[in-house]
Structure formats: structure tokens, C-alpha cells
Write a protein that binds this ligand. Structure first.
Ligand SMILES: Cc1cc2nc3c(=O)[nH]c(=O)nc-3n(C[C@H](O)[C@H](O)[C@H](O)COP(=O)(O)O)c2cc1C
Length: 320
């Protein structure tokens, strides 16, 4: 799997509909699901959470949890779906997630993490990876982090997505935890030097993809979250920059056609979600506000599509 450019897991964002949009913009990026708790997979209709149909990009399923048995059960179910990798979330700092004893708080308990991962690895049909922070609260981000990675690598985890900042579990909400603790890319470079045999993918604050390619060339890839969601238009450049590929020769006009074809297959609730994910597609265009209002309107889809295309054709940005 080529992880040169990955689109980060984001709750309420990287659902199947946003992933479908991403797949039209970049054929080569690795996509991530939102974090899905093991019990959501085990208890409810799993296809509600796991459906990834229509997406040909490598897609990583991110799961959350800290009960080895539950994680094992969820993995067995996930084996039936077309994901390329299973990823355990060890980086989410939200208080709700902490109180459920999963996400970033697990970085404080390497033995429990090993138990969880061992059960997942035992049954997974796919590679198993983790997404981590540099540390949590006052944990040691030098030897402590090395020890954590070393221990996980001993049980067969070879791929680490590293959000290049610590998480502070008390006093900061998740949003603040994505901005206030400073980014420390140097520490991630050091991890790669010390663990050359592992796949180390860097995450956090990446906005300029071309610059990032040069800056992070020693690593095994990068993961981009907010910049991909807030400006999906930029994903058009990814295949060319990172994969020297022109497989995605879609234009914004053809993306709109394909998105509305896709929307026609959805129920009303999913249709609304999908249109919401499309709102940022038009950022920067002269008529961005008009496009957003159209997507939020109750107009018939045919009319919305037609008017969006008219707007694009009139707009300053090259649409085709
Ligand atoms: C709205 C939102 C939801 C997120 N949900 C998840 C999640 O479900 N799992 C996870 O590992 N990280 C989650 N993250 C963190 C991102 O994956 C990423 O690590 C973080 O945003 C830093 O990358 P960026 O600076 O490129 O956005 C979320 C981030 C945002 C903005």
C-alpha cells in the first residue's frame, strides 16, 4: 500500500460520502473512515458503518475501543468489507472518548494496547496499524515514545500514523488539542531514524502539499485532515504531485455530474450529508456563497446541479 498521501480520519466528516467525493478528486490517495467504536460495529447493522462500496482507493478502517474481545469481534466483521487496513485510534483526546477509556488515553497503558492489538492482529485479514500522538499529558516524548513504538512493533505493528503533537487530556477540548500543543515534526523525523524498518506517516498542520512533499521526503507518507476537508479542490493536484499519475483527469464539472449521479442513489438523510460535504468544493470561486446556498436549498437536485454548473462556467477558476 502506498501511503504517500492519506486523508485523515475525521468524525462526522470522512464518512462514505466524503470519501466518495475524495475518490473523484484523487484516485491514489489513501482514505480513512471516521473512528468507529468496536461496539457500534458489533451491535448494530455493521453495513451502516462499514459500507465502502463505489470507492476504489485504498481505504483504512479506523476503530476505537479498549476491550480486546470487542475489538476482535469487530475485526472479524470488518474482514467482510473492502478495507485495506485496520487502524486503532490511540490519539483522540475528547473527554467522552477518555471516559470510555479509548483513544489517546490508551497511550498511558502500553500493556492494554498490546492486548488489544494482539487480538486484532490474530484475526485481521488486513494489515493493522495505529494512529498515535507524540505523547499524552506529561508523558516522556523521547524514551517513553520510543518504548511505546518498540513494544507495538514487537507484536507486529509496522505502520504508525503520528500526529506530531502531544495531547493534553485535561483542560483542552479536541479542537484546542489540534492547535495548542505545538507541532514537533523533528521528533517524528527522529522516530523514523530510530525505527527505519517501520512505516512512519506524519500528520498535523500540513497545508501546502508540494512543500510538504519536499519537507517529509524521508518519511513514508503524510496524512492531511483539515486542509483536505476545508479545501477539497486542492486534492485535484495530489495524484500528480505524489504519484506522478494523471489517472484523475476529472474536472470540477464532471465531479459535479458524478456527485449528483451518486446522490440519486441515496436516501434523504445521506443526500443531505453528501451535499454538506460538497459545500467547500466551491471555496475561492467568485460565486462561492451562491453555490453554498444552492446546495443548502430545497430545490430539486436537477436544478441545483444545472445552476452549479452554470456558476462554474461563469466563474474565474478554470473548471474544465
Ligand atoms: C472534525 C475532526 C474530527 C476528527 N476525528 C478524528 C477521528 O475520528 N479519528 C482520529 O484519529 N483523528 C480524528 N481527528 C484528527 C485528525 O485525524 C488529524 O489528526 C488532525 O486534524 C491533525 O491533522 P490536520 O492538521 O491535517 O487537520 C479529527 C479532526 C477533526 C478536525
Amino acid at each position: 500500500m502506498d501511503r504517500s498521501f492519506c486523508i485523515a480520519p475525521m468524525m462526522r466528516r470522512t464518512d462514505r460520502h466524503f470519501r466518495y467525493l475524495c475518490s473523484l478528486l484523487s484516485k491514489e490517495s489513501t482514505l480513512f473512515s471516521e473512528m468507529i467504536h468496536a461496539n457500534a460495529i458489533n451491535r448494530n447493522h455493521p453495513e451502516r458503518f462499514l459500507n465502502n462500496s463505489g470507492i476504489s482507493n485504498d481505504t483504512v478502517l479506523q476503530i476505537g475501543g479498549s476491550c480486546p474481545e470487542e475489538l476482535k469481534k469487530a475485526t472479524l466483521i470488518a474482514n467482510e468489507y473492502d478495507y485495506s487496513e485496520i487502524n486503532l485510534n490511540l490519539g483522540c483526546p475528547s473527554s467522552k472518548v477518555q471516559s470510555g477509556n479509548f483513544g489517546a488515553v490508551l497511550m498511558k497503558d502500553v500493556n492494554l494496547v498490546k492486548k488489544c492489538l494482539s487480538e486484532i492482529i490474530k484475526v485481521s485479514a488486513k494489515e493493522v496499524s495505529v494512529k498515535i500522538r507524540l505523547g499524552v499529558d506529561d508523558s516522556d516524548i523521547n524514551e517513553g515514545l520510543d518504548y511505546f513504538i518498540e513494544e507495538l512493533s514487537k507484536i507486529g505493528v509496522n505502520t504508525f500514523y503520528v500526529h506530531a503533537r502531544i495531547a493534553l487530556l485535561k483542560g483542552l477540548d479536541p479542537k484546542e488539542n489540534r492547535t495548542i500543543p505545538p507541532l514537533n515534526y523533528e521528533r517524528v523525523f527522529q522516530v523514523k531514524e530510530d525505527f527505519d524498518h517501520l512505516n512512519i506517516i506524519i500528520n498535523g498542520g500540513i497545508e501546502d502539499f508540494k512543500m510538504a512533499k519536499d519537507k517529509f521526503f524521508k518519511l513514508d507518507g503524510m496524512m492531511v485532515g483539515r486542509a483536505a476537508y476545508d479545501l477539497p479542490f486542492k486534492l485535484f493536484d495530489v495524484d500528480q504531485i505524489f504519484f506522478n499519475s494523471t489517472k484523475t483527469n476529472n474536472s470540477l464539472l464532471s465531479v459535479i455530474d458524478e456527485m449528483f449521479e451518486y446522490i440519486d442513489t441515496l436516501n434523504f438523510k445521506d443526500e443531505i450529508k453528501t451535499k454538506f460535504h460538497m459545500l467547500n468544493l466551491f471555496k475561492g470561486l467568485k460565486y462561492a456563497k451562491k453555490s453554498r446556498l444552492l446546495l443548502l436549498s430545497n430545490d430539486k437536485n436537477d436544478k441545483i446541479k444545472r445552476e452549479l454548473k452554470d456558476i462554474l462556467l461563469e466563474s474565474e477558476i478554470k473548471a474544465a
